[in-house]
Design a protein around this ligand. Structure first.
Ligand code: PLP
Length: 604
């Protein structure tokens, strides 16, 4: 099949187009992907075809792409061939449409045809009064579905040799996502629209319906980070004493306070620290980081949290045409900034529960060589699993200079302490990759001081990498990027390694206690090495969403991590390590939720 030459036409398939579709389905889903056994007739149909609508993209009379829409009136979804209705997070209803079989044959791939067909299908669903879409996305192209606004619900489906994820989104969410892709809208509205009974989409087709509801600020387009506990305190800070009694195990803040030297310096000089301009480039902080991580100051870029550094660097390095490799599951901000802010292609490197979600460093780095960037969180969140850093350095030595690797060592101090022999240097296999990065041509290590140095509220982190690349990023870093109280706090913190070493070691003890407690309650705990644990809930009890919402009613906040990967399922929770009292509260609330038979689990 050749490239599209005539003006693209979007239409509903009639008998001639359907015949082409059935043959293309056979060529792609049976022969190319191995989902179905090839048939002697060379065509594939199924029981839903009589009730499905097929939207087709036509180049002349040739089908160059299609997508199927199953209306609610069909009474069932194709998905139900693979999963019992009871397992699906959505019930078939008046206004839920299934979108399936989004297909672009070989010659027309690589452009935005699939995105245009998705947008066309969304327009059709919206005009028909739909308020939600459900479907299965092939794992290899999840990035495209995510860019369109669909989200995996944690239900993988395997059909023949093909792996899918069940995905869903409300029509309002899809419309909001579409508004972020003007190129797709331009292609959609430039096409000849020939869909009977559906008015052609106009240039403002993805404007949201006017609404009088007041949305909370900043909740619709950001990455969800946990932090729900702040609702219990009040974001107007009217009564900060409300923080007492709240257990915020949904975020990974340290359970201990910053070192005494930090508190002394900040409290003794607070009025001056608040009204004085800080050193512009935080040179004192850079020097302290350089000493603590054994790297040259020229290799260090400080920032207001690692989030600021992620947005700064990725925004400079990547475009919508870039390709990035990301472990699955991993810290959600990475997928968010890559897919929803930059809009580039993200391929997942799946980690498996059977392997404790461990990652094979050599294989990951080998795969990374085909990408513009690969991201590795070590230890990973939400799994808490560590890649041996000596193995990682060996693998990185083979990396071509054209591939950047971004290693996030935010939780590495916890792993080092758990294993450390007092008085001896950190073992080689746990040493930071930062010195390697400083001497490399394309390896970068970001480290937040939020979690290990108890400075989450202060917002401070640093990036270490090749000095020339760091110098380029420094030009784009605003002056005074790190506030003065924060610069002082971070420098003082790095002056007291003994205090933190004791706290990190204590964290390991508390983490074991938390693991034992959760295991005794029937959870399957992944043996993590950081200041949190990932645990899978038993299949007979509540889902993670149920547990999290019921625990919140007791002011204990846990994190449902379903959305942090496509492989975690709906029963994975992440729990931060807290002090003894906090742990006791967490365990008692989890137990209460498990044994509370009065309120049945809320169905999602
Ligand atoms: C792996 C990882 N990196 C970075 C961050 C954010 O750190 P910061 O507070 O420095 O923005 C988090 C926060 O949860 C994280 O889990």
């Amino acid at each position: 099949m050749g490239p599209v030459t005539a003006p693209l036409r979007l239409a509903l398939a009639g008998p001639a187009e359907r015949e082409q579709i059935y043959r293309l389905r056979h060529a792609i889903y049976a022969v190319e992907l191995g989902q179905h056994r090839p048939t002697p007739e060379g065509r594939l149909t199924d029981a839903l075809d009589p009730t499905n609508d097929y939207l087709v993209a036509l180049n002349g009379s040739t089908v160059v792409g299609f997508v199927s829409i199953t209306p609610p009136s069909a009474g069932r979804w194709s998905l139900e061939k693979y999963l019992d209705r009871d397992r699906l997070p959505i019930r078939p209803g008046e206004s839920v449409f299934e979108i399936r079989l989004l297909t672009v044959p070989g010659g027309a791939r690589g452009g935005r045809m699939a995105a245009v067909l998705m947008a066309a299908a969304l327009h059709r669903v919206r005009v028909a009064g739909g308020d939600r879409v459900i479907g299965m996305g092939r794992r290899e192209v999840l990035g495209m579905y995510r860019r369109a606004g669909l989200r995996p619900v944690g239900l993988p489906v395997t059909s023949g040799a093909v792996h899918y994820e069940v995905m869903t989104a409300s029509v309002a969410e899809l419309v909001a996502a579409a508004a972020g892709h003007p190129g797709v809208t331009a292609a959609l509205t430039a096409a000849v629209w020939d869909v009977a009974g559906v008015p052609a989409p106009t240039a403002d087709w993805c404007s949201p319906e006017p609404s009088t509801a007041t949305e909370p600020v900043g909740t619709d387009d950001g990455c969800f980070h946990g932090g729900a506990f702040f609702a219990a305190i009040g974001e107007d800070f009217a009564d900060l004493d409300r923080r007492h009694g709240v257990v915020n195990a949904d975020v990974l803040d340290a359970w201990f306070p910053p070192a005494p030297g930090v508190l002394d310096a900040v409290s003794a000089h607070l009025p001056w620290l608040l009204h004085t301009s800080p050193p512009t480039g935080a040179s004192g902080l850079v020097a302290a980081v350089a000493r603590a991580w054994s790297v040259p100051p020229a290799a260090v870029l400080p920032g207001a949290g690692s989030s600021a550094l992620i947005y700064l660097a990725f925004g400079r390095w990547l475009t919508a045409a870039s390709r990035v490799l990301l472990p699955d599951p991993s810290y959600g901000e990475y997928a968010h900034v890559l897919e929803r802010v930059i809009g580039c292609q993200v391929d997942r490197y799946p980690l498996h529960r059977n392997d404790c979600y461990d990652l094979d460093a050599a294989d990951f780095v080998r795969r990374a060589a085909r990408y513009d960037l690969a991201v590795l969180v070590n230890p990973n969140s939400p799994t808490g699993r560590l890649v041996d850093t000596a193995e990682l350095r060996t693998a990185l030595a083979e990396l071509p200079a054209s591939t950047r690797i971004w290693i996030d060592e935010t939780y590495l101090r916890y792993a080092q302490a758990a294993d450390a022999t007092p008085g001896l240097p950190v073992a080689h296999h746990l040493g930071s990759v930062a010195p390697f990065a400083a001497a490399s041509s394309s390896v970068f290590v970001v480290t937040s001081l939020s979690k290990a140095y108890a400075l989450s509220g202060a917002r401070v982190a640093h990036l270490v990498g090749p000095p020339e690349a760091i110098a380029e990023l420094r030009r784009w870093s605003p002056p005074w990027a790190v506030g003065l109280p924060t610069q002082v706090a971070a420098v003082r913190a790095l002056e007291d390694p003994d205090y933190y070493q004791r706290r990190w070691q204590r964290t390991a003890v508390l983490r074991h206690r938390l693991a034992d407690g959760l295991t005794a309650l029937g959870l399957d705990v992944v043996p993590g090495v950081a200041n949190f644990l990932l645990a899978h809930l038993p299949s007979s009890g509540p889902t993670a969403a149920d547990l999290v919402s019921r625990a919140a009613a007791h002011r204990v906040f846990l994190r449902d991590v379903t959305s942090m990967g496509t492989v975690l399922g709906e029963r994975a929770v992440r729990v931060a390590v807290k002090d003894e009292d906090g742990l006791a509260r967490i365990l008692s609330v989890v137990q209460t939720v498990f044994t509370d038979r009065e309120t049945p689990a809320r169905r999602r």
